[in-house]
Design a protein around this ligand. Structure first.
Ligand code: NAD
Length: 448
């Protein structure tokens, strides 16, 4: 099947490579010339496990090409829209400029029966708007919404073997393509795209546009709420001497609750959860249902408080003044196994400490270059030993395996003072305490 993927960022580059890996003929299109040039040369512009391998094998197969020209989409039967939907500057709502620009640029190249399949995370109502736009173009093309659930760090795996697939199809009775109802035609095309996953038993939910759009934002709202819930419990644990980790283990045994996403820490970040919950709440307000999602504002507020909490802990441990004190920041990406620093709590903590006058030296296995571009004022070390050397305090803010596995005895020989703030509850408190460290975790006051 011939596919175009419009927007080759964290989602689109992976989607394009995986679709070609599955045997489809794919063209990836992006307005960013550097990104296109890198991808066309088989170099991934982002760090994502296994993406390089799958990208180069797909390229060698001859089934994957990249272009910065929207005309390259001509001839594809399904056009995936995977452009960004960031938060509008100074507002909570999503900036839909890129989605509209991508579809506008695609219109002249659409043929009757082509399917524009939206994957970007959008405000509910977008698919219907785009369907009107496509219908008005007289191209005879159709629109479906096919939200994406991949997790950065597992993006290739999640795209090849998703845990569910959702189709938001055109309304029944919408135009026909060669006598076939639009709904059936769109479904047939998407079934062909996802044949391997569907044959492998991936659950499929076939629904309408608004439900498909809402599935994505409600899933993210639920996950964000779960994280902020346990972080609120961490605040109570700090005030009472309870241990939020034991609490999470205990409540997580209840299968109605589940243990996953119940890790207290410095909170969520990245290019999705924070902006998605804000855009969802903003959309609810537009719909006159602001009170239904008012709780998401609290979820956001709890989440943002965590960052300052870690900063306060560092200040506290350094006797109330961090000026000129060396603070080693372990991690910059918003999560391990990714170089993505969009709204990264780790980077935010580093910036706040620098703002207070600390001599911040930050390190990360893959996110240093991105961080230097955004915050050149920070100090960086390209390896963990250099970051730790002579530190007055170390702050673990992204739980990369190499930081989890640090040996407290060995690290103790490098630092000036044995103070560790574990922003992800990733370390064994007893082991660090036994090695003479002052250990402070998130919601674990009992194990200092
Ligand atoms: P991104 O910023 O990494 O990528 C967006 C890409 O679109 C960029 O490369 C940009 O140059 C390109 N682009 C912008 N306008 C374009 C146009 N008119 N034509 C062609 N290309 C254009 O963003 P992302 O993380 O890949 O996210 C894309 C969308 O997918 C967002 O709506 C996001 O919420 C959603 N999403 C992301 C993830 C994730 O884990 N990153 C997961 C699920 C859903």
């Amino acid at each position: 099947m011939r596919i175009s993927v419009i927007g080759c960022g964290y989602l689109g580059a992976v989607h394009a490579a995986c679709m070609a890996h599955l045997g489809h003929e794919v063209v990836g299109i992006d307005v960013d010339h550097d990104k296109v040039r890198a991808l066309a040369a088989g170099v991934s512009p982002i760090f994502e496990p296994n993406l390089d391998t799958i990208l180069s094998s797909a390229r060698e197969s001859g089934r994957l090409t990249f272009s910065d020209d929207p005309a390259a989409a001509a001839g594809a039967q399904v056009h995936f829209v995977t452009v960004g939907t960031p938060q509008r500057k100074g507002e909570n709502a999503a900036d839909m400029t890129y989605v509209h620009a991508a579809v506008d640029a695609l219109l002249p190249h659409l043929r009757p029966g082509d399917l524009v399949a939206g994957k970007s995370t959008v405000p509910v109502g977008t698919a219907a708007l785009l369907a009107e736009k496509v219908a008005a173009s007289g191209t005879g093309a159709l629109v479906a919404w096919n939200p994406e659930f991949l997790r950065e760090g597992f993006a290739v795996e999640d795209t090849l073997t998703p845990d569910r697939i959702v189709y938001g199809l055109p309304p029944a009775g919408a135009t026909t393509v060669d006598g076939v109802p639009a709904q059936d035609h769109a479904r047939r095309l998407l079934d062909e795209v996802y044949v391997s996953a569907l044959e492998g038993g991936t659950p499929l939910v076939v629904t309408d546009y608004p439900t498909a759009e809402l599935v994505k934002v409600s899933a993210n709202a639920f996950l964000a709420t779960k994280i902020s819930f346990i972080n609120a419990m961490a605040e109570i644990a700090d005030a009472t001497g309870a241990d939020v980790t034991a609490l999470a283990d205990a409540i997580g045994h209840d299968t109605r609750i589940g243990r996953r996403f119940l890790n207290a820490g410095i909170g969520f970040g990245g290019g999705c959860l924070p902006k998605d919950i804000r855009a969802f709440a903003a959309r609810a307000e537009e719909l006159g249902k602001g009170e239904s999602l008012a709780f998401l504002r609290e979820v956001d507020a709890i989440n943002l408080r965590r960052r300052q909490h870690v900063v306060d802990m560092v200040v506290d441990e350094l006797g109330g003044d961090v000026v000129g004190r060396k603070v080693a920041i372990l991690g910059l990406s918003f999560k391990p196994e990714s170089d993505d620093i969009r709204d990264s709590p780790a980077l935010d903590v580093a910036v706040r400490l620098k703002g207070l006058g600390a001599d911040v030296v930050a390190t990360d296995p893959h996110a240093i270059l991105n961080s230097i571009r955004q915050h050149p004022q920070l100090g960086f070390a390209t390896n963990t030993v250099d970051a730790l050397f002579g530190a007055d305090a170390i702050v673990l803010v992204t739980e990369w395996a190499e930081y989890r596995d640090l040996d407290p005895e060995r690290v103790g020989e490098l630092v000036r003072a044995k103070v560790v703030i574990d922003g992800r509850n990733a370390l064994d408190p007893q082991r660090w305490a036994d090695a003479g460290w002052t250990y402070r975790g998130m919601g674990r006051p009992g194990v200092a």
